[in-house]
Design a protein around this ligand. Sequence first.
Ligand code: AKB
Length: 313
Amino acid sequence: MQKILVTGAFGQIGSELTPALQAKYGADNVIALGHSNIPPSFKGVVETAEITDMVALEAVITKYHIDTVFHLVSILSAKGEKDPSLTWKINMEGLKNVLDLAVKHKLQVFWPSTIAAFGPTTPKDQTPQDTIMQPTTMYGVSKVAGENLCHYYFLKYGVDVRSVRYPGVISWKTPPGGGTSDYAVAIFYEGLKSGKYECFVNEKTTIPMMYIDDAIRGTIEIMEAPKEKVALGLSYNLAAVSFSAEELATEVNKHLKVDVTYKPDYRQTIADSWPKSLDDSKARTDWGWKHEIDLTKMTTIMIDALKENLPNG
Ligand code: AKB
């Protein structure tokens, strides 16, 4: 990794991965690709291009002699159900463009899949690495198709494409937006702002979750791992913690008084279709994945950080 392009650089993962890569590889060696959502405070090299615009994308890759792409652009599960056609277009055309450019320019690629690639017919507890994958959202469908596309580009063209299946990721730098796992972020924002949170899934809802620092570390580690330790073209299950919405509310209430009520909407069905926990032993064995942050630590970090950074926190 010498010249890195991050697509979706200002989304939930990108806004923390980009500075982590800048710190490690030098600010001039990381190009952040965005469009309408570039924060004025961002320090670094920025380019704008639509992910569906292959010519514009190739121009950026050529201009900076890019050798590595972290391709994060994606429409998430809940937002995706509002416009499934657009979700397919952004998620799949974007990935195919990046993979085609990877063949042409010999790029190493990171692309994330997620727990949304699973569906109601998947075993829910300790979901295995290889299992039934029949998702019920367009986002999930794009993730299964994307996993297969990455595998195909590895088999057919030898592309060094590496991937993990993220759980719901919890972070504080960007406000929640478009995902189903967002309730586990929104409870902190709303709790600090108003002391109340109306949760859009019921109290028993349990899905795998991970604090952003673990997700960023895992992402960089899989990309830096020696080739012989990683199954290229495979999306690895990646786990940290699993807890119910009620357990999260209890943990948050150890720090601040938040009145949590539950009013499930269409996102309940999505959350119910996902695993409760993941078996990520293949990632642990192959390239040494290990999470560090549990529910207690994550809650403390979120509250401390938002207290300092939310305008009315
Ligand atoms: C979402 O909720 O859509 C995402 C995911 C779990 O992939 N955070």
